[in-house]
Design a protein around this ligand. Structure first.
Ligand code: TNX
Length: 531
Protein backbone atom coordinates (compact mmCIF):
# COMPACT_ATOMS: atom_id res chain seq x y z
CA UNK A 1 0.00 0.00 0.00
CA UNK A 2 2.68 2.40 1.14
CA UNK A 3 4.74 1.48 -1.89
CA UNK A 4 1.83 2.22 -4.25
CA UNK A 5 1.41 5.53 -2.51
CA UNK A 6 5.01 6.50 -3.15
CA UNK A 7 4.79 5.33 -6.73
CA UNK A 8 1.75 7.52 -7.27
CA UNK A 9 3.72 10.46 -5.99
CA UNK A 10 6.64 9.55 -8.20
CA UNK A 11 4.35 9.61 -11.19
CA UNK A 12 2.93 12.93 -10.05
CA UNK A 13 6.48 14.23 -9.94
CA UNK A 14 7.00 13.03 -13.49
CA UNK A 15 3.76 14.72 -14.53
CA UNK A 16 5.22 18.01 -13.27
CA UNK A 17 7.92 17.60 -15.86
CA UNK A 18 10.66 16.65 -13.46
CA UNK A 19 12.98 13.97 -14.73
CA UNK A 20 12.60 10.56 -13.12
CA UNK A 21 15.76 8.62 -13.52
CA UNK A 22 15.56 5.03 -12.48
CA UNK A 23 18.02 4.19 -9.74
CA UNK A 24 21.24 2.75 -11.02
CA UNK A 25 22.77 -0.14 -9.17
CA UNK A 26 24.39 1.34 -6.08
CA UNK A 27 27.95 2.24 -6.83
CA UNK A 28 30.53 0.34 -4.85
CA UNK A 29 32.04 2.45 -2.13
CA UNK A 30 35.34 3.97 -3.13
CA UNK A 31 37.78 5.37 -0.61
CA UNK A 32 36.55 8.88 -0.14
CA UNK A 33 38.50 12.10 -0.05
CA UNK A 34 39.48 13.28 3.45
CA UNK A 35 36.45 13.02 5.71
CA UNK A 36 34.39 16.17 5.74
CA UNK A 37 33.43 17.64 9.10
CA UNK A 38 30.09 19.13 10.03
CA UNK A 39 31.81 22.50 10.40
CA UNK A 40 33.38 22.48 6.90
CA UNK A 41 30.99 25.14 5.63
CA UNK A 42 31.32 28.73 4.37
CA UNK A 43 29.97 30.88 5.96
CA UNK A 44 30.87 29.19 9.27
CA UNK A 45 27.70 28.05 11.07
CA UNK A 46 26.92 29.47 14.50
CA UNK A 47 26.84 26.15 16.35
CA UNK A 48 27.85 22.65 15.24
CA UNK A 49 27.53 19.50 17.36
CA UNK A 50 29.09 16.60 15.44
CA UNK A 51 27.99 13.01 16.05
CA UNK A 52 30.30 10.51 14.41
CA UNK A 53 27.67 7.74 14.73
CA UNK A 54 25.17 9.69 12.65
CA UNK A 55 26.67 9.66 9.15
CA UNK A 56 23.88 9.78 6.56
CA UNK A 57 24.31 8.27 3.11
CA UNK A 58 22.30 9.50 0.16
CA UNK A 59 21.08 6.40 -1.73
CA UNK A 60 19.21 5.62 -4.94
CA UNK A 61 15.94 5.26 -3.03
CA UNK A 62 16.32 8.35 -0.80
CA UNK A 63 13.33 10.69 -0.98
CA UNK A 64 12.97 14.38 -0.26
CA UNK A 65 10.04 14.77 2.08
CA UNK A 66 8.40 18.14 2.62
CA UNK A 67 5.78 19.06 5.21
CA UNK A 68 2.34 18.46 3.66
CA UNK A 69 0.58 21.71 2.81
CA UNK A 70 3.78 23.76 2.79
CA UNK A 71 4.28 25.23 -0.66
CA UNK A 72 7.44 26.88 0.64
CA UNK A 73 9.03 23.59 1.74
CA UNK A 74 7.96 21.96 -1.52
CA UNK A 75 9.59 24.69 -3.61
CA UNK A 76 12.87 24.31 -1.70
CA UNK A 77 12.55 20.54 -1.98
CA UNK A 78 12.31 20.81 -5.74
CA UNK A 79 15.38 23.06 -5.84
CA UNK A 80 17.27 20.56 -3.68
CA UNK A 81 16.28 17.69 -5.97
CA UNK A 82 17.44 19.65 -9.01
CA UNK A 83 20.76 20.27 -7.28
CA UNK A 84 21.34 16.63 -6.31
CA UNK A 85 20.00 14.74 -9.34
CA UNK A 86 22.60 15.54 -12.03
CA UNK A 87 25.61 14.24 -10.11
CA UNK A 88 23.93 11.34 -8.30
CA UNK A 89 21.61 10.18 -11.05
CA UNK A 90 19.11 9.34 -8.30
CA UNK A 91 15.40 10.14 -8.79
CA UNK A 92 15.03 11.89 -5.40
CA UNK A 93 11.26 12.39 -5.65
CA UNK A 94 9.85 15.29 -3.66
CA UNK A 95 7.00 13.95 -1.54
CA UNK A 96 4.74 16.27 0.45
CA UNK A 97 3.79 13.61 3.01
CA UNK A 98 3.83 13.17 6.75
CA UNK A 99 6.07 10.10 6.77
CA UNK A 100 7.84 7.56 4.60
CA UNK A 101 9.67 4.34 5.48
CA UNK A 102 12.51 5.37 3.17
CA UNK A 103 15.74 7.19 3.98
CA UNK A 104 14.88 10.82 3.57
CA UNK A 105 15.90 14.42 3.53
CA UNK A 106 13.03 16.17 5.34
CA UNK A 107 12.35 19.90 4.87
CA UNK A 108 10.04 21.24 7.56
CA UNK A 109 8.69 24.66 8.42
CA UNK A 110 8.62 25.16 12.18
CA UNK A 111 10.01 23.15 15.07
CA UNK A 112 13.52 24.64 14.86
CA UNK A 113 15.57 26.05 17.71
CA UNK A 114 14.14 29.51 18.48
CA UNK A 115 17.52 31.14 17.76
CA UNK A 116 17.22 30.48 14.02
CA UNK A 117 15.00 33.55 13.54
CA UNK A 118 13.70 34.51 10.12
CA UNK A 119 16.66 33.44 8.00
CA UNK A 120 18.34 30.66 9.96
CA UNK A 121 17.80 26.91 10.10
CA UNK A 122 18.49 23.82 12.14
CA UNK A 123 20.06 20.83 10.38
CA UNK A 124 20.01 17.37 11.98
CA UNK A 125 21.92 14.51 10.41
CA UNK A 126 21.41 10.92 11.58
CA UNK A 127 21.92 7.57 9.86
CA UNK A 128 18.26 7.50 8.79
CA UNK A 129 17.62 11.05 7.75
CA UNK A 130 18.67 14.61 7.23
CA UNK A 131 16.16 17.07 8.67
CA UNK A 132 16.22 20.79 7.93
CA UNK A 133 13.86 22.92 9.98
CA UNK A 134 13.31 26.65 9.59
CA UNK A 135 10.68 29.29 10.15
CA UNK A 136 10.71 30.50 6.58
CA UNK A 137 11.43 29.43 3.03
CA UNK A 138 14.59 31.59 3.13
CA UNK A 139 15.74 29.64 6.19
CA UNK A 140 15.15 26.28 4.51
CA UNK A 141 17.00 27.52 1.43
CA UNK A 142 19.96 28.53 3.63
CA UNK A 143 19.93 25.07 5.22
CA UNK A 144 19.99 23.46 1.78
CA UNK A 145 23.10 25.51 0.86
CA UNK A 146 24.79 24.10 3.96
CA UNK A 147 23.74 20.55 3.11
CA UNK A 148 25.18 20.96 -0.38
CA UNK A 149 28.59 21.85 1.06
CA UNK A 150 28.43 18.89 3.47
CA UNK A 151 28.09 16.46 0.56
CA UNK A 152 31.22 15.46 -1.39
CA UNK A 153 32.46 18.10 -3.85
CA UNK A 154 31.48 15.83 -6.74
CA UNK A 155 27.85 16.75 -6.02
CA UNK A 156 28.51 19.91 -8.05
CA UNK A 157 28.54 18.26 -11.48
CA UNK A 158 28.32 14.83 -13.07
CA UNK A 159 31.75 13.18 -13.11
CA UNK A 160 33.04 9.70 -13.86
CA UNK A 161 34.28 9.48 -10.32
CA UNK A 162 32.28 7.03 -8.21
CA UNK A 163 31.21 8.59 -4.95
CA UNK A 164 29.59 7.53 -1.71
CA UNK A 165 27.28 10.41 -0.94
CA UNK A 166 27.79 10.81 2.79
CA UNK A 167 26.84 13.70 5.07
CA UNK A 168 28.62 13.98 8.45
CA UNK A 169 26.31 13.38 11.43
CA UNK A 170 25.23 15.82 14.12
CA UNK A 171 23.35 19.07 14.51
CA UNK A 172 23.84 22.60 13.20
CA UNK A 173 21.95 25.59 14.54
CA UNK A 174 22.64 28.57 12.32
CA UNK A 175 21.49 32.14 11.74
CA UNK A 176 22.99 35.34 10.28
CA UNK A 177 24.83 38.03 12.20
CA UNK A 178 23.68 40.80 9.81
CA UNK A 179 20.42 41.23 7.89
CA UNK A 180 22.15 42.61 4.77
CA UNK A 181 24.74 40.45 3.05
CA UNK A 182 25.35 41.97 -0.34
CA UNK A 183 27.31 41.94 -3.55
CA UNK A 184 27.33 44.56 -6.31
CA UNK A 185 27.79 44.39 -10.07
CA UNK A 186 28.62 47.47 -12.17
CA UNK A 187 26.66 47.25 -15.43
CA UNK A 188 27.54 50.81 -16.45
CA UNK A 189 31.28 50.57 -17.17
CA UNK A 190 30.70 47.28 -18.99
CA UNK A 191 27.28 45.85 -19.48
CA UNK A 192 26.67 42.33 -18.16
CA UNK A 193 23.88 40.27 -19.71
CA UNK A 194 20.93 38.65 -17.93
CA UNK A 195 22.68 35.27 -18.22
CA UNK A 196 25.86 36.65 -16.65
CA UNK A 197 23.97 38.31 -13.80
CA UNK A 198 22.01 35.11 -13.16
CA UNK A 199 25.20 33.04 -13.20
CA UNK A 200 26.60 35.35 -10.53
CA UNK A 201 23.35 35.04 -8.55
CA UNK A 202 23.79 31.25 -8.55
CA UNK A 203 27.26 31.59 -7.06
CA UNK A 204 26.23 34.21 -4.51
CA UNK A 205 23.27 32.25 -3.21
CA UNK A 206 25.54 29.33 -2.24
CA UNK A 207 27.24 31.57 0.30
CA UNK A 208 24.01 32.97 1.79
CA UNK A 209 24.31 36.39 0.14
CA UNK A 210 20.83 37.92 0.15
CA UNK A 211 21.15 41.25 -1.73
CA UNK A 212 22.51 42.01 -5.18
CA UNK A 213 23.04 45.72 -5.85
CA UNK A 214 23.08 46.63 -9.56
CA UNK A 215 24.96 49.84 -10.44
CA UNK A 216 22.80 50.67 -13.46
CA UNK A 217 24.00 54.10 -14.56
CA UNK A 218 27.24 56.03 -14.70
CA UNK A 219 29.23 58.40 -16.91
CA UNK A 220 29.99 55.67 -19.46
CA UNK A 221 26.55 54.08 -19.85
CA UNK A 222 22.86 53.93 -18.90
CA UNK A 223 21.67 50.33 -18.56
CA UNK A 224 18.00 50.31 -17.60
CA UNK A 225 15.00 51.05 -19.83
CA UNK A 226 13.07 54.18 -18.81
CA UNK A 227 10.00 54.64 -21.03
CA UNK A 228 9.61 58.38 -20.46
CA UNK A 229 13.23 59.03 -21.53
CA UNK A 230 13.72 56.34 -24.20
CA UNK A 231 17.07 57.50 -25.59
CA UNK A 232 18.75 56.83 -22.23
CA UNK A 233 19.19 53.24 -23.29
CA UNK A 234 19.17 53.35 -27.08
CA UNK A 235 21.81 56.09 -27.09
CA UNK A 236 23.15 56.16 -23.50
CA UNK A 237 23.40 52.37 -23.43
CA UNK A 238 23.85 51.87 -27.15
CA UNK A 239 26.79 51.02 -29.43
CA UNK A 240 30.08 52.59 -28.39
CA UNK A 241 29.17 52.98 -24.71
CA UNK A 242 31.12 51.61 -21.78
CA UNK A 243 34.79 51.91 -20.94
CA UNK A 244 36.84 52.06 -24.19
CA UNK A 245 33.48 51.98 -25.98
CA UNK A 246 33.34 48.20 -25.73
CA UNK A 247 30.66 47.63 -23.07
CA UNK A 248 27.31 48.41 -24.75
CA UNK A 249 23.93 47.02 -23.79
CA UNK A 250 21.05 47.56 -21.41
CA UNK A 251 18.33 45.73 -19.51
CA UNK A 252 14.82 46.12 -20.87
CA UNK A 253 12.19 46.20 -18.15
CA UNK A 254 11.38 42.59 -19.04
CA UNK A 255 15.07 41.67 -18.61
CA UNK A 256 15.17 43.44 -15.27
CA UNK A 257 12.03 41.66 -14.09
CA UNK A 258 13.57 38.35 -15.16
CA UNK A 259 16.69 39.07 -13.09
CA UNK A 260 14.55 40.10 -10.11
CA UNK A 261 12.56 36.85 -10.34
CA UNK A 262 15.62 34.64 -10.84
CA UNK A 263 17.29 36.20 -7.82
CA UNK A 264 14.11 36.04 -5.71
CA UNK A 265 13.87 32.30 -6.32
CA UNK A 266 17.32 32.12 -4.69
CA UNK A 267 16.35 34.46 -1.85
CA UNK A 268 18.35 37.37 -3.22
CA UNK A 269 16.76 40.83 -3.39
CA UNK A 270 17.82 43.20 -6.18
CA UNK A 271 18.86 46.73 -5.12
CA UNK A 272 18.87 49.03 -8.19
CA UNK A 273 21.13 52.09 -8.24
CA UNK A 274 20.76 55.27 -10.27
CA UNK A 275 23.91 57.28 -9.47
CA UNK A 276 23.31 61.05 -9.10
CA UNK A 277 23.86 64.02 -9.10
CA UNK A 278 27.35 63.05 -10.37
CA UNK A 279 28.30 60.04 -12.52
CA UNK A 280 25.63 61.19 -14.97
CA UNK A 281 27.46 61.86 -18.23
CA UNK A 282 25.64 59.08 -20.11
CA UNK A 283 22.30 60.77 -19.43
CA UNK A 284 23.61 64.30 -20.02
CA UNK A 285 25.34 63.46 -23.28
CA UNK A 286 22.09 61.88 -24.47
CA UNK A 287 19.67 64.66 -23.43
CA UNK A 288 21.09 68.18 -23.88
CA UNK A 289 18.30 69.65 -21.73
CA UNK A 290 19.75 67.93 -18.65
CA UNK A 291 22.71 70.34 -18.78
CA UNK A 292 22.66 73.86 -17.28
CA UNK A 293 23.95 75.33 -20.55
CA UNK A 294 21.65 73.20 -22.69
CA UNK A 295 24.62 71.74 -24.53
CA UNK A 296 25.19 67.98 -24.54
CA UNK A 297 28.76 67.02 -23.60
CA UNK A 298 30.53 64.33 -25.60
CA UNK A 299 29.99 60.71 -24.55
CA UNK A 300 32.80 59.46 -22.30
CA UNK A 301 34.53 56.10 -22.41
CA UNK A 302 37.47 56.83 -20.10
CA UNK A 303 37.52 55.99 -16.39
CA UNK A 304 37.82 59.46 -14.87
CA UNK A 305 35.35 60.32 -12.10
CA UNK A 306 33.85 63.44 -10.53
CA UNK A 307 33.37 65.71 -13.59
CA UNK A 308 29.65 65.41 -14.28
CA UNK A 309 26.65 66.90 -12.47
CA UNK A 310 22.96 67.23 -13.13
CA UNK A 311 21.75 70.85 -13.19
CA UNK A 312 20.74 71.43 -9.55
CA UNK A 313 18.68 74.61 -10.05
CA UNK A 314 16.66 73.43 -13.03
CA UNK A 315 13.15 72.05 -12.42
CA UNK A 316 13.53 69.75 -15.41
CA UNK A 317 16.21 67.87 -13.45
CA UNK A 318 13.64 66.89 -10.81
CA UNK A 319 11.07 65.90 -13.41
CA UNK A 320 13.72 63.62 -14.93
CA UNK A 321 14.74 62.17 -11.57
CA UNK A 322 11.13 61.58 -10.52
CA UNK A 323 10.32 59.84 -13.83
CA UNK A 324 13.30 57.53 -13.36
CA UNK A 325 12.56 56.77 -9.72
CA UNK A 326 8.86 56.18 -10.40
CA UNK A 327 9.51 53.76 -13.27
CA UNK A 328 12.26 51.92 -11.46
CA UNK A 329 10.35 51.62 -8.18
CA UNK A 330 7.41 50.14 -10.11
CA UNK A 331 9.49 47.17 -11.29
CA UNK A 332 11.44 46.71 -8.04
CA UNK A 333 9.78 44.55 -5.37
CA UNK A 334 12.69 44.93 -2.92
CA UNK A 335 12.66 47.63 -0.24
CA UNK A 336 15.70 49.69 -1.37
CA UNK A 337 16.38 52.17 -4.14
CA UNK A 338 20.01 53.38 -4.23
CA UNK A 339 20.55 56.96 -5.40
CA UNK A 340 24.36 56.86 -5.51
CA UNK A 341 25.55 60.30 -4.42
CA UNK A 342 29.28 59.48 -4.50
CA UNK A 343 32.08 61.64 -5.86
CA UNK A 344 29.88 64.61 -6.79
CA UNK A 345 32.96 66.79 -7.21
CA UNK A 346 31.36 69.01 -9.86
CA UNK A 347 28.59 69.91 -7.41
CA UNK A 348 29.08 72.36 -4.48
CA UNK A 349 28.21 71.19 -0.96
CA UNK A 350 25.21 73.50 -0.96
CA UNK A 351 23.99 72.22 -4.32
CA UNK A 352 24.48 68.64 -3.14
CA UNK A 353 22.32 69.31 -0.09
CA UNK A 354 19.62 70.99 -2.20
CA UNK A 355 19.60 68.04 -4.60
CA UNK A 356 19.49 65.26 -2.00
CA UNK A 357 16.86 67.02 0.09
CA UNK A 358 14.58 66.98 -2.94
CA UNK A 359 15.48 63.52 -4.22
CA UNK A 360 15.48 61.43 -1.03
CA UNK A 361 11.75 62.17 -0.40
CA UNK A 362 10.98 61.13 -3.99
CA UNK A 363 12.28 57.65 -3.20
CA UNK A 364 9.95 57.49 -0.19
CA UNK A 365 7.08 58.86 -2.32
CA UNK A 366 7.32 55.77 -4.53
CA UNK A 367 7.40 53.40 -1.58
CA UNK A 368 11.11 52.67 -1.38
CA UNK A 369 13.78 53.16 1.27
CA UNK A 370 16.55 55.49 0.09
CA UNK A 371 20.08 54.18 0.13
CA UNK A 372 23.22 56.05 -0.93
CA UNK A 373 27.01 56.02 -0.81
CA UNK A 374 28.32 57.48 2.46
CA UNK A 375 28.44 61.07 1.10
CA UNK A 376 24.66 61.13 1.39
CA UNK A 377 25.02 61.41 5.18
CA UNK A 378 26.41 64.95 4.67
CA UNK A 379 22.84 66.20 4.32
CA UNK A 380 21.58 64.75 7.66
CA UNK A 381 18.88 62.66 5.99
CA UNK A 382 15.94 61.00 7.79
CA UNK A 383 16.98 58.00 9.88
CA UNK A 384 15.50 55.42 7.52
CA UNK A 385 18.06 56.40 4.83
CA UNK A 386 20.86 53.82 4.62
CA UNK A 387 24.50 54.75 3.93
CA UNK A 388 27.02 52.54 2.17
CA UNK A 389 30.51 53.19 3.53
CA UNK A 390 33.19 52.93 0.83
CA UNK A 391 36.06 54.79 2.47
CA UNK A 392 39.49 53.38 3.18
CA UNK A 393 39.93 54.97 6.62
CA UNK A 394 38.48 54.16 10.01
CA UNK A 395 36.76 57.43 10.81
CA UNK A 396 34.04 59.43 9.10
CA UNK A 397 32.38 62.17 11.16
CA UNK A 398 29.21 62.40 9.04
CA UNK A 399 28.72 58.66 9.26
CA UNK A 400 29.31 58.51 13.02
CA UNK A 401 26.83 61.35 13.56
CA UNK A 402 24.27 59.64 11.35
CA UNK A 403 24.74 56.37 13.24
CA UNK A 404 24.21 58.23 16.51
CA UNK A 405 20.93 59.59 15.12
CA UNK A 406 19.85 56.07 14.14
CA UNK A 407 20.78 55.69 10.46
CA UNK A 408 21.99 52.25 9.40
CA UNK A 409 25.20 51.59 7.50
CA UNK A 410 26.28 48.92 5.02
CA UNK A 411 30.03 48.35 5.22
CA UNK A 412 32.00 48.23 1.93
CA UNK A 413 35.42 49.61 2.86
CA UNK A 414 37.20 49.91 -0.48
CA UNK A 415 40.52 48.57 0.85
CA UNK A 416 38.83 45.41 2.21
CA UNK A 417 35.58 44.69 0.40
CA UNK A 418 36.13 46.02 -3.14
CA UNK A 419 36.34 42.99 -5.41
CA UNK A 420 37.71 45.11 -8.28
CA UNK A 421 40.96 45.79 -6.39
CA UNK A 422 43.89 43.69 -7.60
CA UNK A 423 45.07 40.86 -5.34
CA UNK A 424 48.66 41.98 -5.82
CA UNK A 425 50.83 43.84 -8.34
CA UNK A 426 50.67 40.96 -10.80
CA UNK A 427 46.87 40.63 -11.02
CA UNK A 428 46.01 41.15 -14.70
CA UNK A 429 42.55 42.66 -14.03
CA UNK A 430 41.27 45.31 -11.66
CA UNK A 431 42.41 48.61 -10.19
CA UNK A 432 44.62 49.40 -7.20
CA UNK A 433 43.67 52.90 -6.01
CA UNK A 434 42.38 51.66 -2.63
CA UNK A 435 44.73 48.76 -1.98
CA UNK A 436 45.95 45.39 -3.12
CA UNK A 437 43.53 43.02 -1.43
CA UNK A 438 44.67 39.45 -0.82
CA UNK A 439 42.19 36.93 0.61
CA UNK A 440 43.37 37.49 4.15
CA UNK A 441 42.91 41.27 3.83
CA UNK A 442 39.36 40.72 2.61
CA UNK A 443 38.66 38.43 5.57
CA UNK A 444 40.53 40.06 8.48
CA UNK A 445 38.33 42.97 9.54
CA UNK A 446 35.20 43.44 11.59
CA UNK A 447 32.22 45.32 10.10
CA UNK A 448 31.20 46.44 13.61
CA UNK A 449 34.54 48.04 14.55
CA UNK A 450 35.71 49.32 11.19
CA UNK A 451 34.49 52.92 11.53
CA UNK A 452 34.65 54.76 14.86
CA UNK A 453 31.15 55.43 16.18
CA UNK A 454 29.50 52.92 13.86
CA UNK A 455 29.00 49.84 16.05
CA UNK A 456 27.19 46.53 15.71
CA UNK A 457 23.73 48.10 16.23
CA UNK A 458 24.31 50.60 13.42
CA UNK A 459 25.61 48.08 10.92
CA UNK A 460 22.91 46.73 8.64
CA UNK A 461 25.46 44.48 6.99
CA UNK A 462 28.27 44.19 4.45
CA UNK A 463 28.55 44.38 0.70
CA UNK A 464 31.26 43.41 -1.76
CA UNK A 465 31.11 45.81 -4.75
CA UNK A 466 32.63 44.78 -8.07
CA UNK A 467 33.28 47.71 -10.41
CA UNK A 468 33.66 46.82 -14.07
CA UNK A 469 36.17 49.27 -15.54
CA UNK A 470 38.54 46.40 -16.40
CA UNK A 471 36.09 43.51 -16.62
CA UNK A 472 34.33 42.05 -19.64
CA UNK A 473 33.19 38.46 -19.19
CA UNK A 474 31.73 36.28 -16.47
CA UNK A 475 35.19 34.67 -16.25
CA UNK A 476 36.60 38.09 -15.32
CA UNK A 477 33.86 38.58 -12.71
CA UNK A 478 34.58 35.15 -11.21
CA UNK A 479 38.32 35.73 -11.09
CA UNK A 480 37.90 38.88 -9.00
CA UNK A 481 35.08 37.52 -6.80
CA UNK A 482 36.61 34.14 -5.98
CA UNK A 483 37.92 33.56 -3.42
CA UNK A 484 37.25 36.97 -1.82
CA UNK A 485 33.47 36.96 -2.11
CA UNK A 486 33.15 33.98 0.29
CA UNK A 487 35.28 35.95 2.78
CA UNK A 488 32.87 38.89 2.73
CA UNK A 489 29.91 36.49 2.85
CA UNK A 490 31.35 34.95 6.02
CA UNK A 491 31.80 38.40 7.61
CA UNK A 492 28.13 39.08 6.90
CA UNK A 493 26.70 35.80 8.15
CA UNK A 494 28.97 34.22 10.75
CA UNK A 495 29.25 35.23 14.40
CA UNK A 496 32.30 37.21 15.43
CA UNK A 497 33.15 34.43 17.87
CA UNK A 498 33.78 32.07 14.93
CA UNK A 499 36.16 34.48 13.18
CA UNK A 500 39.40 32.63 12.61
CA UNK A 501 41.73 32.96 9.62
CA UNK A 502 43.25 29.46 9.91
CA UNK A 503 39.79 27.89 10.00
CA UNK A 504 38.53 30.02 7.12
CA UNK A 505 41.64 29.35 5.06
CA UNK A 506 41.22 25.58 5.50
CA UNK A 507 37.53 25.65 4.61
CA UNK A 508 38.22 27.90 1.63
CA UNK A 509 40.80 25.46 0.27
CA UNK A 510 38.16 22.76 0.24
CA UNK A 511 35.89 24.85 -1.98
CA UNK A 512 38.31 24.62 -4.92
CA UNK A 513 37.19 21.20 -6.22
CA UNK A 514 33.62 22.52 -6.29
CA UNK A 515 34.65 25.59 -8.26
CA UNK A 516 36.66 23.50 -10.72
CA UNK A 517 33.70 21.19 -11.32
CA UNK A 518 31.52 24.23 -12.02
CA UNK A 519 34.16 25.97 -14.16
CA UNK A 520 34.41 28.91 -11.77
CA UNK A 521 37.50 30.87 -12.75
CA UNK A 522 39.07 31.57 -9.36
CA UNK A 523 42.34 33.18 -8.31
CA UNK A 524 44.49 30.48 -6.67
CA UNK A 525 45.82 32.68 -3.88
CA UNK A 526 49.17 31.50 -2.44
CA UNK A 527 47.70 32.17 1.02
CA UNK A 528 45.51 29.08 0.75
CA UNK A 529 46.30 25.35 0.41
CA UNK A 530 43.93 24.46 -2.40
CA UNK A 531 42.50 20.92 -2.44
C1 TNX B 1 35.16 54.65 -6.91
S1 TNX B 1 33.43 53.69 -4.90
C2 TNX B 1 33.85 54.75 -7.35
C3 TNX B 1 33.49 54.14 -8.63
C4 TNX B 1 34.64 53.45 -9.29
C5 TNX B 1 35.45 52.71 -8.25
C6 TNX B 1 36.55 51.90 -8.80
C7 TNX B 1 32.49 54.69 -5.46
C8 TNX B 1 31.31 54.96 -4.69
N1 TNX B 1 32.82 55.27 -6.61
O1 TNX B 1 32.95 55.13 -9.47
O2 TNX B 1 34.15 52.56 -10.23
O3 TNX B 1 35.98 53.68 -7.37
O4 TNX B 1 37.16 51.13 -7.81
Amino acid sequence: MRRRHILTRLLATAALGLPIILPAAPAAATPAAPQRQLSDVIPAPVETSPDSRGTFTLRPHTVIRTAPGSAAAWRVGRQLAQTLRPATGYPLPVLPVRSTPLPEIALLIGGADARVGAEGYQLDVTRQRVTIRARTEAGLFAGVQTLRQLLPATIEAPTRQRTTWTVPGGRIVDHPRFAYRGAMLDLARHFHTVDEINAYVDLLSQYKINYLHLHLTDDQGWRIQIDSWPRLTTVGGGPGTGVDGVGPGFLTKADYRAVVAYAAARHITIVPEIDMPGHTNAAQSTYAELNCDGVAPAPRTDIAVGYSSLCIDDELTYRFVEDVIRELAAITPGPFLHVGGDEAHATTDEEYRTFMQRVLPLVAKYGKRAYGWNEVMQVDPPTDVVAQFWGTGTSNADLAEAAARGNKVVMSPANKAYLDMKYDRATPLGLSWAAYIEVRDAYDWDPATRVAGVGEQSVLGVEAPLWSETLRSIEDIEFMAFPRLPAIAELGWSSRASHDWESFRARLGEQAPRWRLRDVNFYPSPQVDWS
